[in-house]
Design a protein around this ligand. Structure first.
Ligand SMILES: Nc1nc2c(c(=O)[nH]1)N[C@@H](CN(C=O)c1ccc(C(=O)N[C@@H](CCC(=O)O)C(=O)O)cc1)CN2
Ligand SMILES: NCC(=O)N[C@@H]1O[C@H](COP(=O)([O-])[O-])[C@@H](O)[C@H]1O
Length: 221
């Protein structure tokens, strides 16, 4: 990370509660970083409104305005690069990112995913977890690679699946744990205590044997 306050660029497609968790953590001093810009693929996403309300540049590009995925990704990442991020955070960004766009950002782009990876990659994770009858579910923060939701996992938080849960109830419980999980993981990344080296997640220079289990935004000792 640069010596100055770490600069984050956030990609979002939806309501932006994870973005808001980042903004709140910065505002109350729990996260030493700044959000330099918010970007996405849906101009009406409430995440963009949250950014603008915080005085942060926010821009969405319309996929239909571009010849194909690669052209869209190239334009999106040109916008992202213009704010000179140290780290890109996918926080509810709902498009597959192409390998060419990702290549320059290897090790500097993360995603929060609503499952205990490697289980339930992709979409509709809560319904799939219920259908599978798993006793627990949760969220993962991982480095983004061309392999959709297959990048090295940094940290996870677990929640129980309760009798009577439907997808919405489970999604809400998982979302509640996503916010402190993302903030705690960003605290480590922005303090340069976590890096990705040759596809291996390292904490303080030591390879992680397994993802960190973080249920609140307390840093590991
Ligand atoms: N190359 C990668 N791109 C993205 C990753 C990743 O790990 N590697 N993470 C995702 C986030 N994500 C799950 O966490 C995810 C996002 C989108 C999709 C998906 O199938 N999108 C469809 C469109 C869906 C829609 O518009 O409703 C698509 O792109 O065709 C799956 C998983 C961010 N990108
Ligand atoms: N595959 C990506 C994915 O499903 N991401 C999920 O979208 C939601 C965004 O909520 P938010 O807009 O309130 O942060 C979050 O639950 C996040 O894990």
């Amino acid at each position: 990370m640069a010596d100055a306050t770490p600069r984050l660029a956030v990609l979002a497609s939806g309501r932006g509660s994870n973005l808001q968790a980042i903004l709140d953590a910065i505002d109350d001093g729990r996260l030493h970083a700044q959000v330099a810009g918010v970007f996405g693929d849906k101009p009406r996403a409430f995440a963009l409104e949250r950014a603008r309300a915080a005085g942060i540049p926010a821009r969405a590009l319309r996929p239909g305005d571009f010849a194909g995925r690669d052209e869209f990704d190239a334009a999106l990442f040109a916008e992202v690069a213009s704010v000179r991020p140290d780290l890109i955070v996918c926080a509810g960004y709902m498009r597959l990112l192409g390998a060419a766009a990702l290549a320059p950002w290897a090790g500097r782009i993360i995603n929060i995913h609503p499952s205990l990876l490697p289980d339930f990659k992709g979409l509709d994770t809560h319904a799939r977890a219920l259908a599978a009858g798993v006793p627990e579910h949760g969220a993962s923060v991982h480095f983004v690679t061309a392999d959709l939701d297959g990048g090295p996992v940094i940290a996870q938080a677990r929640v129980p699946v309760l009798d009577g849960d439907d997808a919405d109830a489970l999604a809400a419980r998982v979302l509640d744990t996503e916010h402190p999980l993302l903030v705690a993981t960003l605290q480590l990344l922005c303090a340069a205590r976590i890096v990705l080296r040759d596809e291996v997640v390292e904490l303080d220079g030591r390879p992680l044997a397994a993802p960190l289990q973080l249920a609140s935004n307390r840093l590991p000792a």
